[in-house]
Design a protein around this ligand. Sequence first.
Ligand SMILES: [Zn+2]
Length: 411
Amino acid sequence: MSQDDTFRRLSERLATYQQDMVDLQRELVRRVAVGPENDGPGEGAKAAFLRELLQGWGLKVDNYPAPDDLVPEGARPNLVAWLPGRRPEKVWVLSHLDVVPEGDVSLWHSDPFELKVEGDRLYGRGTEDDHHGIVSSLMAAKAFLDLGITPERTVALALVADEETGSHLGLEFLMREHRQLFSEHDLIIVPDAGSEDGTLIEVAEKSILWLRLTLLGQQAHASRPQLGRNTLRACAHVIVALEELRREFPSQDPLFRPPESTFEPTRKEANVGNINTIPGRDVFYLDCRVLPEIDLERVQERVRAIGTEVAQRFGVTLEVEPVQDLRAAPATAPEAPVVLALQKAVREVYGREAKPGGIGGGTVAAFFRQQGLPAAVWMTVSDTAHSPNEFCLLSNLLGDAKVLAHVFLEK
Ligand SMILES: [Zn+2]
């Protein structure tokens, strides 16, 4: 049977799995895999469910647990399910198990942890980020199993932990402790970002710098501010002063969307528990996505200098510490085999021309690229990751499963 016929059969089979895709999303959404650093239980329940499911399909599933005292199981799961191919070279599809918390629940129109289906839309925390990757890759593998078709390359479905809080116990752990799993001859796909029409194959990312800024002043009764040094007021002024960073680092690179570096104040820790106390300690975080050629030391230095100058005006001290400091890895070559395989598959399934490009940074592909492994980040997104009312489209799950099945047939 020709490769075209084989792909046509897989494609038709996948079209019959739409209810299975919805059902799998439902099971994943209800297993709340928020990491312990975000006050969640971790990925244990979700991983156990998936492991059993995949073993039930007849796949061999390995776990590479990363020790972690913060979860009840004592370790974070990193699963790899294997579908043997004609050749030992692999196609990796690496998705992550963890999700971010629901955020402000009043902004949701439905329970974030219960799947809601509305036409083509599947709502729920994690449906896009990153159940989209999990469901499309698992269903692509299932089509091969159900039809008894052997993929060209060995398919390795990786389901990793801890992506949303730095990947230390996820892919970073795998790359450090189990580096031998991966080879530069493998095709590595990370379905964790993309564009709404599926035409962005992400090959480059910005550097990421997360900073914790701690202001220390003097707590006092709110009726006698002269006795205190109010860190919340200072904090507000520091945040405004840090707008200066955009003018200090103005360079642009059209490979990226957006083309410039970004510097966003994000998390603010709780300070005092009551209204009539002037806070003497405030902590907030800055999320910087920086063009690869800019030195992160220099950014940190400027944050400290700008912040300290303002803090001093309010008589408080400022401490700046990095929480994550991830230098951009060398880009994956636009003509790398994984990029070409995806381009061919997207053309076949969606009838569109996909192009290599860069994004604001922050996928786990950086860990591959730092080790010289050419990884491509690709999926068809609805751009609702981390938002209230996160959703993915069932039609995209189906289309992306077909694209992955096409890649699994790549010689
Ligand atoms: Zn993600």
